[in-house]
Design a protein around this ligand. Sequence first.
Ligand SMILES: NC(=O)c1ccc[n+]([C@@H]2O[C@H](COP(=O)([O-])OP(=O)(O)OC[C@H]3O[C@@H](n4cnc5c(N)ncnc54)[C@H](OP(=O)(O)O)[C@@H]3O)[C@@H](O)[C@H]2O)c1
Length: 352
Amino acid sequence: MVRVAVAGASGYTGGELLRILYMHGEAEVVYASSREYAGKPIHFAHPHLRGFYRGLVFQNLSIDSILKADPDVTFLALPHGVGLDLPPSLLESGVRVVDLSANYRLKDPESYRRWYGFEHPYPDLLSKAVYGLPELRRDELRGAKLIASPGCNATVTIIAAAPLVVGGLVDGLLVADVKAGSSEGGAQPSRGSHHPEREGAIRPYSIIGGHRHQAEVEQELSRLSSSTIRVSMAAHAVSSVRGALASVHAVLKDRVGFDVVWRSYASMYGKERFVRLVHPRLTPRGLDVKYVVGSNYVDVTIGLDDSAGRVTAFAALDNLVKGAAGQAVQAFNIALGFREDEGLDMPPIHPV
Ligand SMILES: NC(=O)c1ccc[n+]([C@@H]2O[C@H](COP(=O)([O-])OP(=O)(O)OC[C@H]3O[C@@H](n4cnc5c(N)ncnc54)[C@H](OP(=O)(O)O)[C@@H]3O)[C@@H](O)[C@H]2O)c1
């Protein structure tokens, strides 16, 4: 069994890591951190996990407390900017790291100043981190020591858009519109995010200067092309708890028909374990975040407006699973040579 530590285990993605890792046949959780719940059992923060993880209690986060638990791998489910020092220390002690925050996702240190407002203290480590999107980086993930797990809005946008870029089908700017549920903001409520404010909301946010996930979307899509891919993102807060939907609009380079565009999606995703292609003519109820909640699936479809020469690609996922904890476990599985769907072989729940 691989010994696993979870830092930030009382939060939403930490809770999903605990839920998924409980079902994992090759991993055992030996450490869970929380400052608020230190000394308390897991179900104090996660009532749905009552009866699971008997004997495990939260500990205050520190490098010493993690190392004392002797993990092989540590998942970091901490806010951006928190725990930046943990990966270098853990790696030095021979512990692999899967970081769910943005701390190690961007290759260019300058991007941290622009999008996250801090100077990255370990620029050398940025080039060593593997961006943990299995559909794009499977080969690099094998044996990886430091995995930077993608953001949920970034994942849903990249998965929607990648075949357009790989197929050389689009020209110019990609415009991505993402709608995301409230759990994306984490377990700590704020004035704008607690229930009375959020219920019923359909609200754009980060409307000046773009969404910070643009940086990783452009980074990853540009790797698939011989030229720099420009993406402009707008995000909307919606009132559902889970789910993210991306609608990516682009102008077709040549006026190709639906079948040509669809072939690019089928060739990139036809064999992907967690991407379900939803043919708009053959799938009666189409795509909806409601059909992926609770699972590691991302559903993908496309639409074509022949008269305008515009293609729209759509993707839907559960932000806490394929957008966070599930994808992190998928990347961990690849890095350690386990079955890619170990711990993740579960259908979505419905209705939600
Ligand atoms: N929510 C999503 O949909 C989503 C998707 C993809 C990626 N992510 C990323 O995953 C990370 C975690 O997100 P989340 O939604 O799970 O957040 P969250 O619910 O707010 O959980 C944060 C966790 O970190 C701990 N923590 C907070 N500040 C800390 C500090 N200064 N020192 C030590 N521990 C601290 C919290 O516990 P204590 O306060 O008790 O210590 C809690 O366990 C973030 O970087 C987020 O951007 C989130």
